[in-house]
Structures are given as C-alpha cells and as structure tokens.
Design a protein around this ligand. Sequence first.
Ligand code: NFS
Ligand code: SF4
Length: 633
Amino acid sequence: MDKSKLSVDPVIPNLYRKAREEGISTVFDRYEAQQPQCGFGLTGLCCRHCVQGPCRIDPFGEGPQAGICGATAEVITARNLLRQVTAGAAAHVDHAYDVLEVLEQIAQGTESYSIKDQEKLKQVAFTLGIDTANKTEQEIVEEMCQIIYRDFANSGATPMTYLKANSPRERLETWEKLGVLPRNPDREIREALHQTTMGMDADPVNLILKTIRLGLVDGFAGLKLATDLQDIIFGTPQPVVTEANLGVLKEDYVNIIVHGHVPLLSEKIVEWSRKLEDEAKKAGAKGINLAGICCTGNEVLMRQGVPLATNFLAQELAIITGAVDLMVVDVQCIMPSLAEIAACYHTRLVTTMPIVKIPGAEHVPFTTETADEASQQIVRMAIESYQKRNPAKVYIPREKAKVVAGFSVEAIVKALAKLNPDDPLKPLIDNIVSGNILGVVATVGCNNVKVKHDWFHIELVKELIKNNVLVVTTGCSAHALAKAGLMDPAAAEWAGEGLRAVLTAIGTANDLGGPLPPVLHMGSCVDNSRIGDLVIAVANYLKVSPKDLPIAASAPEYQHEKALSIGTWAVAMGIMTHLGVVPPVVGSSKVTRILTQDAEALIGGKFYVETDPYKAAAGIIEHIKAKRALLNL
Ligand code: NFS
Ligand code: SF4
C-alpha cells in the first residue's frame, strides 16, 4: 500500500515500512485485502437476524426489495442501526457498572481503592438528592450506590433516576413527549435486542425512536455514570503537561503500554510502575516508562499526566517499534492481531478481563480483590521482558508533541474563575455573545482505516479554530489532535484573532505565561459526558435549551458501535452531529431522511454526513451561524 496514503502522522511511514520488511501485516494491509467491501453491508441492506437469511435488498431497485420474511430496506437498515447502538450502549453501561461495583466495595471497606475526590462525591450526592449533612463518607457512598443500583433493578416504567437528576427540564419534556425516556438500562438493552429479532418491529419510525432511547441509555447509564464515579474514585482531572506520539517510548527504560478503557486497571499499573521503579533499575533499566493507547490512555493522561503513545489505528505499530516490553489491555478497541504481532518481538501482551482473552496473549486475571497483586505481577513481567529486548529490532521514532490537557468542566470553570470569580461562566458567554468565540465544536471518536489516519480530525479542527470556533475533544480524536501539536499552547497561533485573544486572556489570568491551547482535551469517550455537562451548564445559564446553542459535535473518523451510540445521545441532547464516514443506513432513503433531516424538528439535533473535511467545516460553521442568528447574536 502507498505509504503516503496511510496517515498524516509522521511516525507511521517508517514503522509501516519496518513492518513490511519484517514480514508483518497490519490493519492497513488487511484493509486492502478486504477490497472491495460488500455494498449491501456498506449501505445497511443485509440482514442476518434469522437463519432463513442472509437476505439482501437491491439498492438499485432491480433485484429483491424485501427479505424472505418481507422486511424492507427501511426495516433492515433501522433494525441494524438499533442493534449497533444497543451494542455501543451495552459496552459503556458495562464499563460504568464495573466502576459502580468498585464504589460499593469501597463502602464495604476494600483496601484496593478509595475515594480521592470528596468534593465530587458531595456534588454527585447533591445531584441525586442525598442529604450529606452529618453523614460519613461511607454512608454517603452506600446511599449513592443504592440509588444507582435501583435504576438497574427497576422493573416498572419509572425513568432512570440518574438521567432525570442530570438532565435539563426542557430535554426531559421533549424526551417524554417522544416516548424515549429510558427505564432500567439493562431492560432497555434487553428489549432492544428483542425488538430487533425476526418477526418483531417493522415500523422504521418506532425503531428509530428506540434507537434514540438507547442513545440516552448510553449517555446517562454509560458515559455520565462512568465519568462521575471515576472522578470520585480517581480524582477529577486538572490541567497537566505531557507529551504525545511514539517518540515518548524510551530506549533505556522499561516501556509499558496500557491499552483499553477502564481506569480501574490502568491507574493501578501507574501506581505500581512508580513503586517498583527500583526493581527496574536493578534489572539494568533507568526506570519504568509508562504510556497509553486508546481511552485508558486518555484516563491516565488526564489524571496522571501519563504520556500518550498513539491512538487506535496505530496500536500495532507501537509494538513494531520493538521497544514495548509489555502491553496490558482490559476491554474495547483491542485488535486481536496484537498477539500475533507481539510474538514477532520480545513484547508480552497481557489480557486481564474474563470477557477479553486473546490466544497467544498471557492472561493475568484482574479483579478488585487481586488489583494490587495482579498489577505488581504485570509490572514485574515487564521488567523481565525488558532484559530480553533485542536492540537490533528497536526503532523508536523521534516525533512527539507537547500536550496541555486535563480540562474537566471543573478545571475549565476554575480557569475562567480567574477572570470572574463570582460568575465564572460569564467570560465564556460574553465572548460567545461578542463573537470572539463563534461557537463550540466537540470532535470525538475513533480512527477508521477507511479514512487517512488522523487527517480528517486535524484538517477539520484547523479550519474550525481558524474561524474562531473553540474545539473541545475526547477519545482518539483527542489523540490525533494531541500528536499534531494542537494541544500545545503555541498552536493558539493557528486560531482566529478573536479566539486567540480569549485563549491568551485566560492563559494570562492563570499565570500560564501564554495562551491556553485552542483545543481542550476533555478526556476519554465516556468523558463525552463532560462535554454534555458543559453544554447543559451554558444552556441553563442562558435559560435556553441545548438545542439552541451555537454548537455542534463531530465524529470525523469513527468506527466503533460505541461512537454510534454516543452520536445518538448527542443528537438526543439536541446537538447537530457530523459524521465523516457514511453510516450503514443509506440503503434506505427514508431512514436516512429521518436521521439527517426530520430528527431536527422532533428533538432539536440531527446527523450531518459529510466525507470532505473542508466542506464539513463549512457546513458546521454555517450551522453555528444559523443558531447564532436565532439567538440574535
Ligand atoms: Ni472511543 Fe476509545 Fe478510540 Fe473509538 Fe475506541 S479508543 S472509547 S471507540 S477507537 S475513540
Ligand atoms: Fe431475511 Fe427476514 Fe430473516 Fe432478516 S429476519 S434474515 S430479512 S428472513
């Protein structure tokens, strides 16, 4: 494959060539081997929901227009989308539930974890209506767990407490009117799977409304719940300075990479890498160097300043440096190919979760009870592995970028408070009103091998900031922008004049000796809930609905089902959500029209599909300007 077409990340071509020379195939080669990909699948027109199938609908109208059971294009595409969004929501809810169990174990006295952020605990307790006066920390945690567990045990029609407690009234009314308020999240996931089996729902509108409901399940029982509880246990992020790209690997250190999503594991690896530093020195290394990939990388970057190795699409190339002594993974976005590639080097690949085992990897079971022992064992395995590293196979790229990250809502408010201690949101709002900030866009989501790696993220964001749009970001989008230097305060130079002035004013007021970066890293994909919180705070301040704000979201290179469920939640929040990759629904013009047009009148948000970054930027800016006009700005 032509190296120049793979990525805009400067480290990729050399590593890709190294892989080829060593006879290793990567995601790029496997993608090529899959060409041409099936047109029925690409457009969502293939159904395998029963064993009479697979059935396919001819998009050109010449062949069959219904599956064997009679399901039409609109039924099949809507049903497939609902299944994907349900799977995405299930992944996030399962993640949040794991953290909830640990919170409960803290109340029961486990020594593996503790409460780091009492402030956040009180804030979440307050939101849930818990009276914290005269209660011990343990009592507050117990009560909080009970309330949240009740959502998961609820057998009636009552909507989820966690959603109700965290949503603006106008949104709740809209969702109620549409009949999309979720009840018990587990029940919603179960029902959606039922609803999409053979011989069930054949009404595309009803299927799409259920999809929106599952988006809300994701947003509140997944994203918001996970972020809140993780902040309580591990602390709410505050600004950190670190670095990004494979240049963060170090030749004479034990290099450990954490990859996956849930900080329960990665935080422990950080802790034990620091504690076992001396053992690494005894083994001849200068110390232990930790770096992250994917969203668990974001979690430890935001809270611990751990540097970022790379994002989703380059996870294999990290191993191809030959300098990774051990890669430890938990859940989600882990390519099964890693085991085969690690076997070509001294790299040890370690799985830790009962639901993620990869033949060829070593498995070290990780539970709350074994968290400390397992983490020590894994760090020691890395130290052993370091001694087997083959210098002849090592190539560490030089490239890395400076990153200022850690922008939780709390951190943003704290920075703004330096400008106006009594009314911290006012400077932000004033600058939006004056037009210094034209609007705010969240770029989120993955890499997708169908798009030149990182290219869409970077080009889109450069266009936006040039036009005075403030960009907040999470996930692998944040990684792309970090590696491209957009989280270095020096990148404020690329921002338009108005935005640059605001970034400089905030930076100066906070004694940063320069501006804030034009792109604010708000965390992992579950931390999209932070963006939701910020949107709600600004909307409440202005006494409008989130749907009225001059904002948008974009998933330029998304691939995962989780990205589809997050996008659906954003649309349900009233936010126009751009997709840079065509979603597999275009086989039905009706379903496409509902999602990209009709949705706006119903719920305030809609999907906007555009595969050219410059046109997408223009479309987003046009949307922001239209929203400003409606607010008389
Ligand atoms: Ni989000 Fe994060 Fe990356 Fe996509 Fe995967 S790591 S949870 S799904 S690929 S952004
Ligand atoms: Fe075909 Fe209907 Fe079965 Fe789907 S559910 S595979 S369309 S017969």
